[in-house]
Design a protein around this ligand. Structure first.
Ligand SMILES: [Mg+2]
Length: 233
């Protein structure tokens, strides 16, 4: 391994932990009593539907505050409720709760330090909102570890487009066979880089194993970044 490309959300940063609780708290803080329970249920259903569509996912993930507002708007419409200003208020409240709540996984910094010591070139390759992703990098002190940081919202294109990985390899001056990519998303972080010749590592923190329906075969499956330091030497 000469170079390692790493995903950010749910790979280095615990992005999903506590999400349900933060929606609940944001709705409780902003919605009138009597509406909050119905709205929370509608939001839970809407979130799944909203992010399940790959095209909507791609379009909306580069403006997360807007996406969260759209989710609440859809949920309100589903309930037949008109409430001026409620959707943006809940979205803002939720966004600030998420910002406060997100933490690096406990093995993130030690693993990054390990790879730096070993002389491995490091790239952060993350989809999503330019300002939110950049804020996470700053807030969690990640920039110092990486030779290259590619954020979809800044670059203009995201994973799994080939140009993303090619651009990063070129910036690192590394051939695909010498590079590994690791992340929690089977298509974006394993399958797409494998097609270009990179070594694909799936981070399965929950230990659920590969979904029965997938044809994707990672070269390695690890449960943590620490395990990846052992695999990568
Ligand atoms: Mg991820």
């Amino acid at each position: 391994m000469r170079a390692l490309l790493l995903d950010l959300d749910d790979t280095l940063l615990d992005y999903s932990g506590g999400v349900d609780a933060d929606w609940e708290a944001a709705v409780a803080a902003c919605a009138p009593a009597g509406l909050d329970h119905r709205l929370l249920t509608a939001i839970a259903e809407t979130r799944r539907w909203f992010w399940d569509d790959p095209e909507r996912h791609r379009r909306e993930r580069v403006n997360m505050l807007g996406a969260w507002q759209h989710i609440v708007e859809f949920a309100l419409r589903h309930l037949g409720v008109e409430a001026d200003g409620l959707a943006p208020a809940i979205a803002r409240n939720f966004a600030s709760r998420r910002r406060e709540a997100m933490r690096l996984f406990p093995d993130a910094v030690e693993s990054l330090e390990h790879f730096r010591r070993r002389g491995v070139s490091l790239a952060l390759v993350t989809n999503g909102d330019a300002s939110l992703q950049r804020d996470k990098v700053e807030r969690h002190g990640l920039a110092r570890f990486f030779d290259v940081i590619l954020i979809e919202g800044e670059f203009g294109v995201g994973k799994p487009e080939e140009i993303v990985y090619r651009h990063v390899l070129q910036a690192l001056d590394t051939a695909p066979e010498e590079a590994w990519m690791a992340g929690d998303h089977l298509e974006f972080d394993v399958d797409a880089p494998q097609r270009l010749g990179l070594h694909g590592v799936w981070i399965d923190r929950g230990g659920h194993g590969l979904p029965a329906t997938t044809r994707i075969r990672p070269q390695r499956i690890v449960r943590s970044l620490r395990e990846l330091t052992e695999a990568g030497g």
